[in-house]
Design a protein around this ligand. Sequence first.
Ligand SMILES: NC(=O)c1ccc[n+]([C@@H]2O[C@H](COP(=O)([O-])OP(=O)(O)OC[C@H]3O[C@@H](n4cnc5c(N)ncnc54)[C@H](OP(=O)(O)O)[C@@H]3O)[C@@H](O)[C@H]2O)c1
Length: 296
Amino acid sequence: MRLLVTGAHGQVALSLKERGAGRSDISLMFASRPQTDLSVPGSVAAAIRDASPDMVVNAAAFTNVDLAEAEREHAWRINAEAAGEVAAAAADVDAAIIQLSTDYVFDGTRGRPWREDDAIRPLNVYGTSKAAGEDMVRRANPRHLIIRTSWVVSPFGRNFAKTIVEAARSRDVLRVVDDQRGRPTSALDLADAILAMADGVGTGAVNLGQTYHVAGAGAASWFELASEIMDECRRAGAPSAGVVPVTSAEWPTAALRPRNSVLDCSRFEADFGTRLPGWRISVRNIVSRLLAGHAE
Ligand SMILES: NC(=O)c1ccc[n+]([C@@H]2O[C@H](COP(=O)([O-])OP(=O)(O)OC[C@H]3O[C@@H](n4cnc5c(N)ncnc54)[C@H](OP(=O)(O)O)[C@@H]3O)[C@@H](O)[C@H]2O)c1
């Protein structure tokens, strides 16, 4: 199977590169800026036409949740319009599309994990643009799978784990929000899931046109996640800091975030007979790699 991945230098794309490397039955191709720029209409469609893949994984996105509040139009262009373009261009070459989306399509007000069919009500520009992207993909290409994931960390790029490890080098105490809960997800584990889904599409075992929640097993607050990261730093004898819980009100950000964005992944687990590893073990592995200098 020929798989084209957009956003080549992002966490999920680099994880797909690593986890797909040993797979002789999958040929991975990558598209990135400046040659393929989702802010330029037609650019990604040309890349898809040239590559003529069996499947496109749209891992490119405007992922800076707070900056999106100020750059609303840019976020909309990349996360909504360009996602629709990717899906339509994939349809033109008879390719399926896997579109990455987010837990931030939900408003966080439910007392239980969110299911795929729950009503969405994004609280911020990022979530609104990603929700619109989902719709545009659904409309443009019936051969789609939409994967909502959450709190992605990895040895690659910018992410919460790397930020905390770096902050501990210069600070004694880190104040971290404790009243938002979600499911931390290793991009490497997510890449394994995406490859399994691509396999299923290739063999015809997967019904297309579906939305799946795919995230690390277990839930946490940002405070609990930061505490685990610091525990791993301490175990490794690396610089560490104390972690102090604060409320969202004490840590105001440009974008509002849901209090509970824990995803219910049981549809994925039932259909694929697997689940992602627990977030603690995956986060420990990522921190070890960050400390060993494997970060890219
Ligand atoms: N990160 C999270 O916590 C999280 C949570 C839930 C869902 N998701 C979703 O998961 C997917 C992958 O996220 P990620 O964490 O891997 O994101 P990431 O590390 O921020 O990578 C995003 C990639 O998109 C590329 N990109 C941005 N604007 C572009 C443009 N105009 N043209 C071409 N490429 C562009 C970036 O390219 P450059 O390298 O050139 O900047 C970057 O490589 C996204 O759909 C995201 O919405 C992420």
